[in-house]
Design a protein. Sequence first.
Length: 589
Amino acid sequence: MATESRTADGFGDVSKIKGLVFEALSLTASVIGILALAVLLVYVTIDAFDLASASEGWFLSYFLTLVVPIFAFLLYSADDRRVTKLTLAGLGGGMVAVFGAFQVLSAVGVSVPRLSWPLAYMFIVAVPIGSYTAYAGLQRPLGAVGIGLLGRIVGGMGVAVAITALFVLVDVYQWFLAYSVGVLPAVGIYATAKLRGYGRLVYLAPVVGIGGILASWPLRGVLVVFPSTWLIYVWTLAVPVGVAAAVLVARRRSTTAAALAFVLSVGGAAAAGFGAGTLGVGPNGVVLLFVTAAVPAGLYADRTVQQRRGQGGLLLPVLIGGGIVAGTLLVDSWGVAGPDPWLDASFVTSAPSPIATEAGLYPAIVGSIFVISMVAMLSFALGVGTAVFLEDYTSDTGAVGAVTRLIQVNISNLAGVPSVVYGLLGLGLFVNLLGLGFGTVVVASITLSLLILPIVVISAQEAIRSVPDDMRQASYGMGATRWQTTKNVVLPEAMPGILTGTILSLGRAIGETAPLIMIGAPTTNFSPPTALFDRVSAMPMQIYAWSSSAKPEFQYGVMAAGVVVLLVVLIGMNATAILIRNRFERSDG
């Protein structure tokens, strides 16, 4: 036990006071850092959605119609009196405290810029208490089902946006051919293998898919253009998803139910496309939303009803949608002033403009997604391969061991090299020497891959080292080769740690600007890239360009909207990777 000051042989002075001081300083630094980041995010959100111009009546309307019902649902799901008491006391006491604090500040002539008391109450009180209540509600089936259904709907909308960007990058008819000749037969083979139990037939699906896609490219010039592209969306999206829905249903029910699920999926997508005109949106968007959001949500709801646990949670999206509609009607009836957000649908679908109200981020969004997708593939393949080779296939002794140690030291040093140096490397090697073009997609992808590659290698090595050696010896004892042991034992066990390092690395890559500036990427691009050798801009580059504008509308509103979009894309990318990692962890457990 530590004392005020005691000397032990070989350990020197052990002081309890020093430990307490260090603990207090660490806690203080952490709290200050978190608060500083929270304040920054709060002001960025306020500027992006123009919340400072909203009246108190606007906040009250949505508080009554949206916030109160959601809290009631979460408290009912938690079914805990202690949670209910703490939540209600926090909401009520927090409102009195925040309102009183702002009245005192107003009395002494002090004002907080762009922050009213409803905004302060929302960010300081409602959001933290809501997070606590949501966590308590998620521990019960009702809340878990509600959040699960809501997540599938929101995630499906995000997938629809990503697919739309993908169809913009490559001609829609080329994708029609790729699906028809490659992907659709591959999905059929996979479904047949799963339904009939032909295990080895599953491995034929990717071969047929890749071969069909490659074979479809020479045929794209002879394709007859259809009068309406929504037919292609139905064929390329609804049919494969219908097959997937049939497979999922067939694993739980009869073949008749599986056929019905296929017909409903494809027929529903077709009907949605025909009825799109009445909703004021394009048929392609309706078909995409039906396939990516409605079908997964319907399957999840069907599974929940069959399990008969937490079925009331399926009403959460209805509760939220009804609250938004009711709040809008209440605001219109009261005639109160609401915000005029910079971040809206036109912002993410429009090109940059010198006029703040017409500025958009679409080319930079597509460019960032395009580049980061290639970076993920390159860095993951090269990084994991390098880590496996260094850990399991090299010798620790002799000349080979010396070379391995030298490589390991260089990898560790490269992880700390500034990003601008990698930009100079990309400029000298890929642009000037190889002539791949200034600021092209391929140059940006390779440069950013080199930037995060040392981090991916180091994290993958640590994950591989964490695999117990007894598992390797057991695999060798059963007659497995080194490659079979690596593929079937080491990599599945290490995959959660490998994905964690990759997630952190990609988070760094998507926010980099210095390497892109050095390789000649434009700060502003008015059209998205359509090929690997097109010039590309990225969201950080466009945000940097807006921050240097002399117009305050760009410095505050437009730039803040771009920051929020960047954060949403980053969170969505990380969330997808985390879900994949968690699936590996569950399969291993």
